[in-house]
Write a protein that binds this ligand. Structure first.
Ligand code: NAP
Length: 254
């Protein structure tokens, strides 16, 4: 409890799945939150849930592909809560799948804009405010896909998510001297809307489950606890890492 007392955090992709679970955990640990995604109603219900549990959160709906939205989220954190310490840049999309030779220019660009450009624009506006506090923590949601595992038909997703690791390392090196830590979290499969969209048959779910040493997929709350570690002072000497939280998918061949 209280591991984020006095901290102010932005969480993107907070309307569902990993982002929503992380926002609730951060709030329960004492952070004041700006929560972000496109769906206003889902954000409003999250804010109400956090308030009912005694926490503080404010929502701003928008599209993470827009740099203006990234800037507005930081502005709201400062206007409402006076500062920014933590950003979980988590919003993402599987994007256009299927045979890679058939992926459209728009589908490719859209996937990179949602998963990669958003992370850069977020960090670009978050870092100056976090730097004013003498440091803090930025976390990007990457994935095991394109890092320790490859699935056919995921070229844009894998490319955008593995590029986040390079972004993590470059920003960690550049802003470490100012106390800004930057890490990527690489979940294995997690039981969210995205997972269920991709694996809509019992056969597919059984295949994906079997890829993990633990022979199950994660809950969003399990990933949230690892994000909390990276956000809090418990990880004060951790920066520039690609942190696998993958139930052993990367070491499993059976
Ligand atoms: N589930 C998995 O197995 C898994 C594994 C590894 C990594 N990940 C990553 O985990 C992150 C969260 O995904 P999830 O599994 O929790 O799925 P999810 O429940 O579908 O959540 C995706 C979130 O991203 C937001 N989002 C998507 N496009 C957006 C846009 N253009 N602007 C603003 N927000 C946008 C969605 O909100 P709105 O629709 O309301 O905008 C939603 O809150 C993603 O980056 C995903 O790639 C997932």
């Amino acid at each position: 409890m209280n591991r984020l007392n006095g901290k102010v955090a932005i969480v993107t992709g907070a309307s569902s799945g990993i982002g929503r679970a992380t926002a609730k955990l951060f709030a329960s640990e004492g952070a004041k939150l700006v929560v972000a995604a496109r769906r206003q109603a889902e954000l409003d219900s999250l804010v109400a849930e956090i308030a009912a549990a005694g926490g503080a959160a404010v929502a701003l709906a928008g599209d993470v592909r827009s740099e203006d939205y990234a800037k507005a989220l930081v502005g709201l954190a400062v206007a409402r809560f006076g500062k920014l310490d933590i950003a979980f840049n988590n919003a993402g999309t599987l994007g256009e799948g299927g045979a890679s030779t058939q992926v459209s220019e728009q589908g490719w660009n859209d996937t990179l804009a949602t998963n990669l450009n958003s992370a850069f624009f977020g960090a670009k506006h978050q870092i100056p405010e976090i730097g004013k506090q003498g440091g803090g923590s930025i976390i990007f949601t990457s994935t095991f896909v394109g890092y320790s595992f490859a699935f056919p038909g995921t070229a844009a997703y894998a490319a955008s998510k593995s590029a986040l690791i390079g972004l993590t390392q470059a920003l960690a090196a550049e802003f470490g001297p100012r106390g800004v830590r930057v890490n990527a979290i690489l979940p294995g499969a997690v039981d969210t809307a995205m997972y269920r969209d991709m694996n809509d048959t019992a056969e597919s779910q059984s295949f994906v489950t079997g890829l993990h040493a633990l022979k199950r997929v994660a809950t969003p709350e399990e990933i949230a606890r690892s994000v909390l570690y990276l956000a809090s002072d418990d990880s004060s000497f951790v920066t520039g890492t690609a942190a696998l939280v993958d139930g052993g998918a990367s070491i499993t061949r059976s």
